[in-house]
Design a protein around this ligand. Sequence first.
Ligand code: XBP
Ligand code: MG
Length: 241
Amino acid sequence: MTIKAIIFDVDGTLADTEDGHRKSFNKAFAESGLDWNWDVALYDKLLKVTGGKERIKYFVSDFLTGYTKPENFDEFVKHLHKVKTAHYTAMLREGQIPLRPGIKQLIQDAHAAGITLAIATTTTPENVSALLEVGLGKNWADYFAANGCGDIVPHKKPAPDIYFWVLEKMGLSAADCIALEDSENGLRSALAAGIKTYVTTNPYTHWHDFDGAAGIFEDLSDLAVFYRTTGLPLPKPLVSV
Ligand code: XBP
Ligand code: MG
């Protein structure tokens, strides 16, 4: 099959963002007078649920005891998440979270080779643009034919909704594409949409069950291996070597 498109997950895949998310959640909790503190071990468990708002609700329902929800709990969670997102995008704009090894080169090589690129993530559009403005420059959106993020679909990963949304936007079938993910939820989501999926692991997800992945990499620091494994049409500079 000739790969026509690469669909990128964001958190954990384009960049090692999850600890930045975790710290931003904690800043939002403290600012809201809550004594909640998500340490790494707890956050590792909370990552079972994708989506920051959903994750807060999961924490309240499954990990908190003796907590009385405020009247307008949904609004309360939305506000908390808004504060968290402000802290997180500030971290990104300060350049605190760089793109992972090989990601910028892959995006540039693939785009130059005429391969369609897209994003499929459960994080917010603000987070995607803040991360990629720093990582790829102010015209980052020019690289992508579709930017599927956040609440545009009713069900977040591991549901396939976001991948179906991106496929439709690109006008391509699952068989034309490969996906790049970092987590079990992300892999399940892309596989459920019928997309051949490769995984790059990170400290939060290296222990996940990646059964069904077409290949697992620690990272993309050796792009030639990634191109050979995936069968991506090598861009000119690599072919001439
Ligand atoms: C990972 C997620 C996101 C982030 C937090 O998204 O599940 O919810 O953990 O970001 P991806 P928000 O699909 O890119 O791996 O608070 O913006 O949801
Ligand atoms: Mg991810």
